[in-house]
Design a protein around this ligand. Structure first.
Ligand SMILES: NC(=O)C1=CN([C@@H]2O[C@H](COP(=O)(O)OP(=O)(O)OC[C@H]3O[C@@H](n4cnc5c(N)ncnc54)[C@H](OP(=O)(O)O)[C@@H]3O)[C@@H](O)[C@H]2O)C=CC1
Ligand SMILES: N[C@@H](C=O)C(=O)O
Length: 258
């Protein structure tokens, strides 16, 4: 019996990925902070899809958390052939207006937890003839986003890290993909502290988390390097490749400024 481990599985894109995989008969290991929400989701998935589901409630922004997750998997003999590094968030506002501690906590989750969990679970993933890593970055990975400067930089890190290990792992059976959603209807904007005006702007372009998850899981199983859900998001990413950087950064700045 093998499992997919999903971080940030209690809501949003991670929850939708859990639903998408459960619907395909995949057993799940759900990881996030909210124990009650995770247990409710666990019971619902078992009832609807007849799959095995376990969860671990843990704050993944703690430096020791990825090792504790790995220890949990080992002590329960969970055989993992899918790892979805999804948990993450943004902090909206001018760089200097957000505390350094808050910046560092976000970078731990968005970047270091992805690295540490991947490092810890890679030996397990390599035991299987075919296994998958799906790291969740963002369309923000393709350019600087003023007022989300560190967030966008953290997602660029995830994108390049993913592409790097993808090539390193060629021939091992471990397929590595990067999901780069654009605006998606989740708690992201609330957690980021964005103004209502920006939330309204973001909503006009937003995809559903279900659509993002469906496209992401399909791309992962199709061994795609980068998965950009939605035609508009594909066009925006393509534009960042041929428009001058100051143009796309100015557009992002106007979109996200207070
Ligand atoms: N929504 C969007 O517009 C976009 C989102 N993304 C990315 O998608 C990913 C998922 O975000 P999204 O679903 O939108 O956001 P949500 O805020 O809706 O969900 C975030 C998930 O991560 C979990 N999480 C947050 N902090 C922690 C933590 N410290 N430890 C453990 N789990 C944590 C939350 O669970 P809990 O609160 O229970 O801990 C929740 O399950 C993120 O990496 C985000 O950067 C990328 C592009 C666009
Ligand atoms: N909502 C943001 C997350 O990454 C974005 O789409 O830029």
């Amino acid at each position: 019996m093998t499992y997919a481990l999903i971080t940030g599985a209690s809501k949003g894109i991670g929850k939708s990925i859990a639903e998408e995989l459960a619907a395909k008969g995949k057993n799940l290991l759900l990881v996030s902070r909210s124990e009650e929400t995770l247990n409710e989701l666990r019971l619902s998935l078992i009832q609807r899809y007849n799959v095995h589901v376990a969860y671990l409630a843990i704050d993944l922004s703690a430096a020791e958390a990825p090792q504790l997750v790995s220890n949990w998997c080992t002590s329960n003999n969970y055989s993992i052939d899918v790892l979805v590094n999804n948990a993450g968030y943004g902090l909206w506002g001018p760089f200097e207006k957000v505390s350094l501690e808050s910046h560092q906590e976000m970078l731990q989750l968005n970047m270091l937890t992805v690295v540490q969990l991947t490092y810890a679970l890679l030996p397990e993933l390599k035991k299987h003839a075919s296994s998958y890593i799906l790291n969740v970055a963002s369309t923000a990975a393709y350019q600087a986003v003023p007022t989300l400067s560190l967030y966008a930089a953290s997602k660029s890190f995830v994108l390049l890290f993913t592409r790097g290990i993808r090539l390193e792992l060629e021939g091992t059976g471990v397929s590595v993909s990067c999901l780069c959603p654009g605006p998606t209807s989740t708690d992201f904007v609330t957690r980021a502290g964005m103004s209502l005006a920006i939330q309204k702007k973001s909503d006009t372009f937003s995809m559903t988390s279900e659509a993002v998850a469906r496209i992401g899981v399909r791309g992962m199983y199709n061994h795609k390097a980068e998965i950009i859900p939605g035609l508009l998001n594909k066009i925006i990413v393509a534009a960042t490749a041929w428009l001058p950087k100051y143009v796309t950064e100015k557009i992002a700045n106007d979109l996200y400024k207070k």
